[in-house]
Design a protein around this ligand. Structure first.
Ligand code: BT5
Length: 326
């Protein structure tokens, strides 16, 4: 690690209290003026560092810039699968596109791709995901030993993990709407896009993409999206350090992915039901080629939505957009 990295590390260990220039210069084996030069450099990167001639330096805040080291440090020890490799891009077309590229090249399960902004962020069915700075755009490469027809279960697992992570860490009511929406007060705060490369009977890899609106300025949403969208900042009432959000997301994803691999979909379904207020409600589902209305009754074994129609029959829906009818 270079001198600047080591200065950050030492100051972080003493966050909010002073560390003298003398101690820093001794630890690093460089002069005090060389330490000061690097502190000035850190300030230009957005680190807020107080400098006192008698007491030394005090780190007050860290800029909200994503770096693979910060992310790895934040999840260190507690994670077994998700986040073994972390790649961060300033700007990218789509983290899912990059995930497919790396998946093809054989990158290992748990590899993470993050970007500060996406210029071709993807939603489902060719839709786009608005991706300005300040949010989380995350993709994970997974290589589960499941059938291609079971891949939608990964979306449900990720929805449960993401909603649980945000609920526990920030005490906010995040709910799930089938199949891939994360909602706060019925507005979309995040979405999940699961893509895969497979043969008929075997998945080569899955790219699990998660987008969460964190600190973005909501006025950047076009009006038609704005009415149905929200950010964590709006709910919590303050900006959140994205590293903290990413860290809780990755830890919870690791936990739920292992539960899914070891125990199957049962525990995921149980939690999914608890977090899905639209179950039991009257809904309208718009799929590519039809619209149906009925009561949202539950999930089938593959994560499809079971809808009870007015004539008493049930239909299984594998993809579509759900609206709750009041
Ligand atoms: C989704 O699609 O909700 C999946 C979103 C997945 C985004 C992540 S970011 C990391 C990874 N890399 C990618 O390129 N994608 C994934 P869908 O259910 O089809 O919803 C898309 C619709 O949500 C759009 O048509 C808009 O109406 C709305 N929308 C777009 N951007 C939004 C945003 N930032 N917040 C809330 N709603 C948005």
């Amino acid at each position: 690690m270079d001198f600047t990295g080591r200065i950050i590390d030492l100051m972080k260990k003493n966050m909010q209290s002073f560390i003298s220039g003398e101690v820093l210069s001794r630890e690093l084996g460089i002069t005090r003026s060389a330490v000061w030069k690097r502190v000035k450099g850190l300030r230009t990167q957005g680190y807020i560092i107080e400098a006192s001639p008698s007491k030394g330096y005090r780190l007050l805040s860290i800029p909200d810039i994503l770096s693979s080291k910060e992310i790895k440090d934040s999840i260190n020890c507690s994670i077994q699968i998700i986040g073994k490799e972390v790649y961060v891009f300033q700007e990218i077309d789509s983290t899912n596109i990059k995930g497919m590229e790396l998946g093809d090249k054989g990158y290992s399960e748990g590899t993470i791709i993050l970007a500060e902004t996406q210029n071709m962020g993807k939603g489902r069915l060719g839709r786009s995901w608005i991706s300005p700075k300040g949010n989380i755009y995350l993709s994970v490469i997974l290589r589960p030993d499941i059938l291609p027809s079971q891949a939608p279960l990964i979306t449900l697992m990720a929805a449960v993990a993401s909603a649980s992570a945000l609920r526990n860490a920030f005490n906010i009511g995040v709910y799930i709407k089938w199949p891939n929406d994360l909602l706060i007060n019925s507005k979309k705060v995040g979405g999940i896009l699961t893509e895969m490369k497979s043969e008929i009977e075997r998945i080569n890899y899955i790219v699990l993409g998660i987008g969460v609106n964190v600190n973005m300025d909501s006025s950047l949403f076009p009006p038609d999206v704005r009415v149905n969208a929200t950010t964590l900042k709006e709910s919590v009432g303050r900006e959140l350090p994205r590293i903290e959000v990413i860290s809780v997301l990755l830890k919870e994803l690791d936990k739920w992915y292992k539960i899914f691999l070891n125990k199957g979909s049962g525990p995921v379904f149980d939690e999914w039901r608890r977090l899905s207020p639209s179950l039991g409600k009257r809904i309208k589902v718009m799929s590519l080629n039809r619209i149906i209305e009925g009561i949202a009754e539950g999930l089938d074994d593959y994560g499809g939505l079971i809808v009870r129609l007015d004539d008493g029959k049930t239909e299984k829906v594998v993809s579509g957009d759900v609206t709750v009818i009041n």
